[in-house]
Ligand binder design. Structure first.
Ligand code: MG
Length: 342
C-alpha cells in the first residue's frame, strides 16, 4: 500500500452522561483521529490520549504535535505492506505511545481491508465473542447485594505503602483484582504489596510494553495485566505484552479509554487473542455516546458479550458525514506539503 496522505482531525463527542473516575469528571471527549489514505483502502486509528495528562503524560494537543511533526511525515509517499512495520519507522521518537498507536493501528486497519481479512484474524485472534464489564462506583454496596459476581476495583494509583492495612481490608470484598493501587510508574513496591494481599494486583499504567510486563511478572508485582493498546504504543506491542503474559500464565484483559467506535472496534479485535480471558470494559456504544461514529453501533448481549464481526477490516463502517460534523480541526499531510482545513 502506498501512503498517499495522512489526515489528523480532532472531533468533539458529548457523553450521554458524565464519566467520573478518581482522575476527575469528563462531560465531552476531545478525540484525535488519524486517517491513513493509501492507494487502496483508507485506514482509521484513534489516539486514546485524554484531554489532560492525568492518566498518563500524554494528552490530545502534544499527541497532535508529535504526529504532525515527527510521526506521520516518514510514512508519506512510502510503500507499507503491514501495520507491523510501523514501530520500527517510529523507533527514533521516544514516548508518545498513544500517538504512535493511533498511526500504527490505522495502518493495520488499512492492511486488514487490503487483505480482505477481519482485523481480529490479522492480529492473531480466535475468540468469536468477548466478555464485557463496566465501570461502577460504590462496589462495597454491590458486593453486599450480589455476592458472587466478578468485581474488580481500579485504584488509579490512589494509595501508598503506608496505607497497606487499609488495602488489606479490600480482601474481604473477594475482588477479582485491585488495579494499580500504588504509584502509576511503579512495579517494585507493587511486588511488596502483592505479597501481603490475597487480592490479585492488576497493573495498568505501569506497563508500557513487553519488557515492562516481563519485569513486573518476574518481580511478582501483579497476577493480572490490563492491556490498553494506546498505552503500549499500538497493536504490535499489545500483542507482545499479551504473549509475555500468556507464556507466564498471567491473564490479561482489554481496558477502555472512553474511545469512540473506531478505538472500540480495535479493542474488540485485540480482545479476540486467546489470553484475553477476563472481561474487558469495552462496552456498548450507547453507554457513552448518543450516536457513535461507526455503524452498526457496538452492542452488548444481555449475557454481557460483544459478538466479534466476521467481515473484512474492522467490521464496522465509518460514518464520515457525522465525523465531519463533529470535527473541530483537521490537517491533511501529504509528502512535501501539508494543508489545514476546517
Ligand atoms: Mg486503570
Amino acid at each position: 500500500m502506498k501512503v498517499e496522505a495522512i489526515t489528523l482531525r480532532e472531533i468533539r463527542m458529548p457523553l450521554v452522561h458524565f464519566f467520573e473516575t478518581s482522575f476527575g469528571r469528563t462531560t465531552e471527549r476531545r478525540i484525535l483521529l488519524v486517517t491513513v489514505h493509501t492507494d487502496g483502502p483508507e485506514g482509521w486509528g484513534e489516539c486514546v490520549a485524554g484531554e489532560d495528562p492525568f492518566y498518563s503524560e500524554e494528552s490530545v494537543d502534544p499527541a497532535w504535535y508529535a504526529l504532525e511533526k515527527y510521526l506521520a511525515p516518514p510514512f508519506l509517499g512510502k510503500e507499507i505492506d503491514k501495520g507491523a512495520e510501523a514501530p520500527a519507522m517510529m523507533g527514533k521518537i521516544r514516548g508518545h505511545r498513544m500517538a504512535k498507536g493511533a498511526l500504527e493501528n490505522a495502518l493495520w486497519d488499512a492492511e486488514a481491508q487490503a487483505r480482505q481479512t477481519p482485523l481480529c484474524l490479522l492480529l492473531g485472534g480466535s475468540q468469536t465473542e468477548i466478555p464485557c464489564g463496566v465501570y461502577v462506583e460504590v462496589f462495597g454496596k454491590i458486593r453486599d447485594r450480589w455476592s458472587d459476581i466478578l468485581l474488580s476495583c481500579d485504584a488509579n494509583s490512589a494509595y501508598t505503602l503506608e496505607q497497606i492495612e487499609h488495602l488489606k481490608k479490600f480482601d474481604r470484598f473477594n475482588l477479582l483484582m485491585i488495579e494499580q493501587p500504588l504509584w502509576y510508574d511503579d512495579f517494585y513496591f507493587h511486588a511488596q504489596l502483592q505479597k501481603k494481599l490475597k487480592t490479585s494486583i492488576c497493573l495498568d499504567e505501569a506497563i508500557h510494553g513487553a519488557r515492562d510486563a516481563q519485569a513486573a511478572i518476574e518481580l511478582g508485582a501483579c497476577r493480572i495485566i490490563n492491556i490498553k493498546v494506546g498505552r503500549v504504543g499500538g497493536f504490535s506491542e499489545a500483542i507482545a505484552v499479551h504473549n509475555v503474559a500468556l507464556k507466564n500464565g498471567i491473564p490479561v484483559w482489554c481496558g477502555g479509554m472512553l474511545e469512540s467506535g473506531i478505538g472500540r472496534s480495535h479493542n474488540i479485535a485485540l480482545s479476540t487473542l486467546k489470553n484475553f480471558t477476563l472481561p474487558g470494559d469495552v462496552s456498548a456504544s450507547k453507554r457513552y455516546w448518543k450516536e457513535d461514529i461507526i455503524e452498526p453501533a457496538v452492542e452488548v448481549s444481555p449475557q454481557g458479550f460483544i459478538k466479534v464481526p466476521e467481515t473484512a477490516g474492522r467490521g464496522f463502517k465509518i460514518k464520515t458525514d457525522l465525523i465531519e460534523k463533529l470535527t473541530v480541526r483537521k490537517k491533511i499531510l501529504r509528502a512535501g506539503v501539508s494543508s489545514a482545513a476546517d
